[in-house]
Design a protein around this ligand. Structure first.
Ligand SMILES: Nc1ncnc2c1ncn2[C@@H]1O[C@H](COP(=O)(O)OP(=O)(O)OP(=O)(O)O)[C@@H](O)[C@H]1O
Length: 255
């Protein structure tokens, strides 16, 4: 897949958000995309996915099946998680060559690997940020994508699911797919052949060594104490953990 002099702006007369991006992606590549807030990462990912068309330049050789996990999963649809995934699996399955399944791609294994079984009966509109991310990841992965794009997938995810993402990326790449992930937390840094892209002032660069995960970009951690009625505690803790916060009850003697 090749980007040739790709520039993009949202409206005529707006400044260009992406300017003259040149890059090549080969089967098996895993790319980490960094850049400060507003640098253009989400815009570049949407261009790669084919959701936006370049204002100038071209993107060629995009794999036929694209999985896109957005930074905010659109939760306005009137489905439960399970009903939504069933619906997507029917659409995906009919498009996926050799999926080996009649009537749809398999979504259940992804629900299990992404630790989302407890969410299956939840309406999309009631999901936490982390829950929405999981649905976004499941629908992106279930089609066996040749190009997998994930926009800040680690944000808001619980630790167990965060730990699975490098394996998922490696599996897609191992089947000859291309994986591009915007991530300012360095969640894929343990992968040996990880490529690093960074966007600065709309320009795409590929530094030879990764941009350090800077203190400026990673939120400082603070500890807060919250009082809730005892009967609500399990639900409260589950909700906080679902959003990726390491929440726990403080013992009486420590209060
Ligand atoms: N739909 C849109 N219409 C007009 N301008 C937009 C739109 N989406 C993004 N922009 C602008 O494009 C620029 C790049 O935004 P983008 O979301 O791609 O950056 P980002 O690097 O992903 O930021 P963040 O890390 O905050 O998500 C910003 O100035 C943003 O305000």
């Amino acid at each position: 897949m090749r980007l040739s002099k790709v520039s993009f702006r949202y409206r005529r007369r707006d400044p260009f958000v992406i300017q003259g991006a040149d890059a090549e992606l080969a089967p098996g590549d895993i790319v980490e995309l960094t850049g400060v807030n507003g640098a253009g990462k989400s815009t570049l990912l949407r261009l790669l996915a084919g959701l936006y068309r370049p204002t100038q330049g071209t993107i060629g050789g995009r794999p036929a099946v694209v999985g896109f996990a957005p930074d905010r999963f659109p939760t306005g649809q009137p489905f439960t998680v399970a009903a939504y995934l069933r619906h997507v699996s029917r659409i995906r399955g009919s498009r996926t060559r050799g999926s080996g399944t009649r009537g749809g791609a398999r979504w259940e294994p992804w629900a299990e690997r992404l630790h989302m079984e407890h969410l299956l009966d939840t309406p999309l509109g009631e999901l936490s940020k982390g829950g929405g991310h999981k649905v976004g990841l499941a629908q992106a992965l279930m089609a066996d994508p040749g190009l997998l794009i994930m926009d800040e997938p680690f944000a808001g995810l619980d630790a167990a699911t965060r730990a699975v993402l490098p394996d998922l990326a490696t599996e897609v790449a191992g089947r000859g797919g291309i994986v591009v992930v915007s991530d300012h937390q360095g969640g894929l840094r343990a992968l040996p052949a990880l490529r690093h892209w960074t966007v600065t002032d709309g320009r795409l660069h590929e530094p030879s060594s990764p941009v350090p995960v800077s203190d400026e970009l990673v939120d400082e951690l603070v500890t807060v104490a919250v009082q809730v009625p005892a009967g609500e505690l399990p639900r409260f803790l589950a909700r906080m953990r679902g959003e990726g916060y390491p929440a726990r009850e403080i013992e009486e003697s420590a209060r």
